[in-house]
Design a protein around this ligand. Structure first.
Ligand code: TMP
Length: 220
């Protein structure tokens, strides 16, 4: 079985989490082994880096370096071994988030991020590890802010003003237009079951999910 690496992206409040869980269940229903993981995080060390990056004030380069340090650890310890076993890796955020948040949101130098991406995601054969597919939950920042309001105590990013998330959303749009084959854009403003429909269609089209499994699953 061929390993599959899927990342999920979008601004805070776009509604990724329930869909990731449902997708994991759909793959398991097809007897696939699923590794559910997230960035920053996914290993004990990377989770420590996450706690720092999400809670401590720091300059933009420090923040980007922490994101990529956590990513390197996560790739070597979790993602690459899982793909080598033929597992399905469902990763809540990956490098596009660094381009969107540190690049778009903070306005940090995209060329420096591109260099870090080359170093951190380089594979032994010289190729660059990227997700096989990136599912982008696209939602207007104003709607995301409404959804987030009062939901939980916001972290450093969640408490940013709506203008920050406009820049993050623009950062995602730039990444998506630079790699249209890798991205599938979902209209995350739709009702949950319609978002799920768009999501599963993308997987059925690629032959990764059977139509029946897709139809019988979904977020409750
Ligand atoms: P989460 O709340 O979706 O788990 O994501 C954690 C936060 O970290 C979210 O606000 C986005 C942010 N983030 C970055 O700023 N850069 C990154 O590279 C990643 C992976 C996440």
């Amino acid at each position: 079985m061929q390993g599959l690496f899927i990342s999920f992206e979008g601004i805070d409040g776009a509604g990724k989490s329930t869909h990731i869980e449902s997708l994991a269940a759909a793959f398991r229903a097809q007897n696939r082994t699923v590794v559910l993981t997230r960035e920053p995080g996914g290993t004990p060390l990377a989770e420590k880096l996450r706690a720092l990056a999400l809670n401590e004030p720091m300059d933009a380069l420090t923040e980007a370096l922490l994101m990529f340090a956590a990513r390197r650890e996560h790739l070597l310890q979790v993602i690459e071994p899982a793909l080598a076993r033929g597992d399905v890796v469902l990763c809540d955020r990956f490098t596009d988030a660094t381009f969107a948040y540190q690049g778009g949101g903070r306005g940090f130098d995209l060329q420096v991020l591109a260099q870090l991406e080359q170093w951190v995601q380089a594979r032994p054969d010289g190729s660059l590890r990227q997700p096989d597919l990136t599912v982008w939950f696209d939602l207007a920042p104003e709607i995301a802010a409404q959804r987030l309001a009062g939901a939980r105590v916001p972290d450093k990013f969640e408490s940013q003003p709506v203008e920050f998330f406009r820049r993050v959303a623009a950062g995602y749009a730039d990444r998506a237009s630079a790699a249209p084959q890798r991205f599938v854009r979902l209209d995350a403003a739709l009702e949950k079951h319609k978002v799920w429909q768009q999501l599963t269609q993308a997987f059925v089209r690629r032959g990764w999910l059977a139509i029946m499994v897709a139809a019988n699953s979904g977020p409750r």
